[in-house]
Design a protein around this ligand. Structure first.
Ligand code: GLY
Ligand code: MN
Ligand code: MN
Length: 412
């Protein structure tokens, strides 16, 4: 609210519940902005922020769907007004049915309305969201108001995590660790990728996670070379490695882990060389995540570190580097995705990318080397918190990563 213009109002809507067909729906997933700002994890909720409201009780208002005994029997407990105050610390709670009347009144005091459009750098949404519908209706009903964007403010504040958020992300990472450790004694030749998925889900859910933070990638052998492989329906073979990009959510916060391990518990010399090259890049890249680093420069540095590892593995030679296209450097043949992204309430979270990094931003570090001609792909991914000074704090520091550690645990 401190960042809003004078006499302005901001509105945040819940997500829709996505219909499948007939009466079936997908489970509800709250829009992360209204959740971040209010803690309300319920459909059909609207948050209104109006710092200059004449009546102080209208500076923060939450509208929730009216609940009753019938809804309680069929759907369970929904937010009562008291409960809504408890989760949000907002004193003014109205039923959603009062929204049009109350909102019209507030708009007569406001000059500008902040709309929450989705400007995430990776967004590719074709559906009309509840927020989109609200914006369209609002523009029609209040054509004389000025408009402003909430996204840049949310992007900035959500990008720098509070201590409470980092604690929740640590819990998500700890649950992920339990899942991964369970796999080390489970994976062996003949196991199917979906059996691994089932083991993880079991471990996540029994630890009070709702499940995977994103669609899991469980890619044995050559499947690892399909970056977004999510079929997870193949058998794991002796002599192959398996790349697993799998992690738990907790309290709507994501963790994001990748480990690549040998199906039979022992890396071959070549697998170990490629693995340790990726691990080196990860370790060196992590050191660059300090306040002041620019994301674009960081990625250039990561490219240089990767180039040197690829030379060492014999995948590139000096001529490849001399002749490289600066817009598509030679290393991209084997490492074609980014090294880091912000993580938080979204796996690919909000967060400034064009301004210098700040303490308490949380990033993944996830280099990979993909070699289809050798039917192998290795990626290693941890989540780290930038510190005021010194190296970042690794939220996944307890998750086995060294070759020897993984082999020892798999041998048990
Ligand atoms: N699992 C998604 C990512 O690593 O970005
Ligand atoms: Mn990942
Ligand atoms: Mn990631």
């Amino acid at each position: 609210m401190a960042r809003m213009q004078p006499k302005s109002i901001a509105v945040f809507n819940s997500n829709d519940i996505y219909p499948i067909s007939a009466d079936a729906t997908l489970p509800f997933e709250q829009h992360r902005d209204i959740f971040y700002l209010s803690g309300a994890d319920q459909e059909e909720t609207i948050l209104v922020l109006f710092p200059d409201a004449i009546d102080a009780k209208h500076r923060e208002v939450l509208f929730v769907r009216e609940t009753n005994e019938h809804i309680a029997v069929w759907e369970g407990e929904k937010l009562s007004k008291e409960k809504a105050t408890e989760v949000s610390e907002i004193q003014s709670i109205y039923w959603l049915s009062d929204f049009d009347k109350v909102f019209f009144d507030l708009m007569t005091e406001a000059e500008t309305i902040y709309f929450n459009t989705n400007e995430h750098y990776r967004q590719a949404v074709e559906l009309q969201t509840r927020e989109d519908r609200f914006i369209m209706a609002c523009k029609q009903k209040f054509p004389a108001h000025g408009v402003a964007k909430s996204f840049p403010i949310l992007q900035e504040i959500r990008g720098v995590k509070e201590a409470e958020e980092i604690a929740l992300m640590q819990t998500a990472c700890d649950i992920t660790e339990k899942g991964f450790r369970r796999l080390l004694s489970f994976i062996k030749p003949g196991v199917w990728e979906y059996e691994i998925e089932a083991e993880l889900l079991h471990e996540f859910v029994r630890n009070r996670s709702k499940g995977f933070a994103y669609t899991p990638i469980i890619a044995s052998g050559n499947n690892a070379n399909v970056l977004h492989y999510i079929e997870n329906n193949q058998q794991c073979h002796n002599g192959d490695m398996i790349l697993m990009d799998v992690a738990a959510e907790y309290a709507n916060y994501s963790s994001d882990l990748t480990r690549t391990i040998p199906v039979n518990g022992k890396f071959t010399a070549r697998q170990k060389a490629v693995y340790n090259a990726v691990l080196n890049v990860k370790n060196e890249a992590t050191k660059l995540l300090v306040p002041g680093t620019l994301w674009a420069e960081y990625h250039k540095e990561c490219g240089k570190i990767m180039t040197s590892e690829l030379l060492g593995l014999g995948l590139l030679d000096k001529a490849d580097i001399q002749n490289e296209d600066p817009n598509w450097p030679a290393y991209k043949k084997y490492f074609m995705h980014g090294t880091s992204h912000h993580i938080g309430l979204n796996t690919h979270d909000y967060g400034e990318l064009k301004t210098p990094m700040k303490a308490n931003m949380v990033f993944t570090v996830e280099p990979g080397i993909y070699i289809p001609e050798e039917k192998m792909g290795v990626r290693i991914e941890d989540d780290v918190v930038i510190q005021e000074s010194g190296a970042p704090f690794n939220l996944m520091k307890n998750i086995p990563i060294e070759v020897e550690e993984i082999e020892e645990l798999m041998a048990k």
